[in-house]
Ligand binder design. Structure first.
Ligand SMILES: [Zn+2]
Length: 104
């Protein structure tokens, strides 16, 4: 299994191909690598509503269920530097923050 092509988008920070999935634990959006990775600790499935859902694989149940595939959280593979959250580091050089930096 792998994500449908309409789920695949590019990370705004490093341009890698990712998918947005909702965590089954709390419904939060989480970026995952678009390419399935058997070393990933996430199990991804396509829900009946057409959305992708992700759950964490545990040591006691490391195998994905039928219909799921394993993927790596994109946070683990993103090559872009983490956003700066501290306002004290902001410089008054006229450089505007990109939209994704404002949202984070
Ligand atoms: Zn990235």
């Amino acid at each position: 299994m792998k994500p449908a092509s309409h789920h695949i988008t590019a990370c705004k920070r490093c341009r890698a191909l990712i998918c947005w999935a909702l965590t089954t634990a709390n419904g939060r959006r989480q970026p995952i690598d678009a390419a399935p990775d058997e070393k990933g600790n996430l199990a991804v499935t396509s829900g009946v509503d057409g959305l992708l859902y992700v759950r964490s694989l545990t040591k006691t149940h490391p195998e994905p269920r039928p219909g799921e595939w394993q993927a790596m959280p994109h946070h683990a593979t993103c090559t872009a530097p983490p956003p700066r959250r501290s306002s004290t580091q902001r410089r008054s050089s006229g450089v505007r923050l990109a939209p994704w930096q404002v949202r984070l």
